[in-house]
Design a protein around this ligand. Structure first.
Ligand code: OSB
Ligand code: MG
Length: 370
């Protein structure tokens, strides 16, 4: 399809409650929505960038720059045929996966609308609904954490993930495990430990956790492989897996037994599917991570998580876990069995609410083909 214009929307959306991890606290979640206009259709994508470089080196500022000055000029006025074609056009732009992934998502939405096919169909997803869990941020105390978890369990979430950091690890996890001895439970450290400081996590190995997510630095595959040898609990990598090659290296090194797949982190849905395929061929479980997405990114995550290798519940919670008001008309709700329905309409299967978009927009820029 010939791409006529690309519009960037810098958004800031208030969360229903602050979300705190080992790298910081978010009260208003930022992102850049990308819309691509082509042949009378509009495709939407979400760049899951944050204000600060805490999770990724990318920020709303770097993504805006890379999108405006490098990615868009490579695409405007061009005929882009598919995701592979798109990737080859941005191959020479090193890194900046979150920026690239947002554009790839918008292209999938566009192609789906043109073909009358849902993203799930295009990616080869099998399920019409996917199993999900909830990611619970750091709370003021283990007691408050247990209360939060209890609320989410009551709301119907079947799998709980809690955030940990040094000083708030074994005690918090133990409190939750003691209150709920049998729930599927996992922890996420967001790179807060070193191989040495990680030794305090040893008691976690007796708490029947599904996995321990990203204990060490993102660039430290090697020490994750040393750590995995010391723990029975599977280590799951998030930040470390930024490409198919990283996934292959991590598995070969036995740096993890499970992979969290986020299309943003790996530069797009096509890469996410490639990592899924690799893991599936090797019998390695994967699950879909989350980045507090709006309805746009959430629709994309649901479609991805419908692929057969996603054998663990994703961090894809209902819309009301994040936002009182979202920028899509559609809201996602939690159904019995801790599931959410995968959208079935063309492309992402969601429509953007122009009024809400304007309300949460800090800046907008339309780039046109010359
Ligand atoms: O590490 O998985 C993470 C949110 C922002 C950045 C990183 C992470 C997260 C989450 C939230 O854990 C997952 C969600 O969207 O519910
Ligand atoms: Mg994580």
């Amino acid at each position: 399809m010939k791409l006529d214009s690309i519009t960037l929307h810098h958004l800031s959306m208030p969360l229903v409650a602050p979300f705190e991890t080992s790298f910081g606290r978010t009260t208003d979640r930022a992102c850049i929505l990308v819309s691509i206009q082509s042949e009378g259709l509009t495709g939407w994508g979400e760049c899951v960038v944050d204000r600060d470089p805490g999770y990724s080196y990318e920020t709303t500022g770097t993504a805006w720059h890379i999108l405006k000055d490098f990615i868009a000029p490579n695409l405007l006025g061009q005929y882009v045929t598919d995701a592979i074609d798109f990737q080859s056009r941005v191959e020479r732009i090193r890194g900046h996966n979150l920026a690239k992934a947002g554009v790839e998502m918008a292209l999938w939405d566009l192609f789906g609308k043109r073909l009358g096919k849902s993203l799930r169909e295009m990616l080869g997803g099998l399920r019409a609904r996917v199993e999900v869990g909830v990611s619970v941020g750091l709370q003021t105390s283990p007691e408050v954490l247990v209360e939060r978890v209890e609320e989410y369990l009551a709301a119907g979430y079947g799998r709980i993930k809690i955030k940990i950091k040094p000083g708030r690890d074994v005690g918090d996890t133990e409190a939750v495990r003691r209150a709920f001895p049998y729930i599927p439970l996992q922890v996420d450290a967001n790179s807060a430990y070193t191989l040495e400081t990680c030794q305090v996590l040893r008691p976690l190995d007796r708490m029947k956790l599904l996995l321990i997510e990203q204990p060490l630095n993102e660039d430290d595959l090697w020490n994750h492989s040393r750590l995995q040898k010391q723990f029975h609990t599977p280590i799951c990598l998030d930040e470390s897996i930024v490409s198919l090659l990283h996934a292959r290296s991590a598995l070969e090194m036995e740096a993890c037994k499970i992979i969290n797949i986020k299309p943003g982190r790996v530069g797009g849905l096509s890469q996410a599917v490639a990592i899924h395929d690799l893991c599936r061929a090797q019998g390695v479980p994967v699950w879909c991570g989350g980045m507090l997405e709006t309805g746009v990114g959430r629709a994309s995550n649901l479609a991805l998580a419908s692929l057969p290798g996603f054998s663990l519940p994703g961090d894809i919670s209902a819309s009301d876990r994040y936002y009182t008001e979202d920028i899509t008309h559609e809201r996602f709700k939690l159904d019995p069995g801790s599931t959410i329905d995968v959208p079935s309409g063309p492309g992402l299967g969601v429509t953007v609410d122009a009024v809400a978009l304007k309300k949460f927009s800090l800046a907008e820029l339309r780039l046109r083909a010359k």
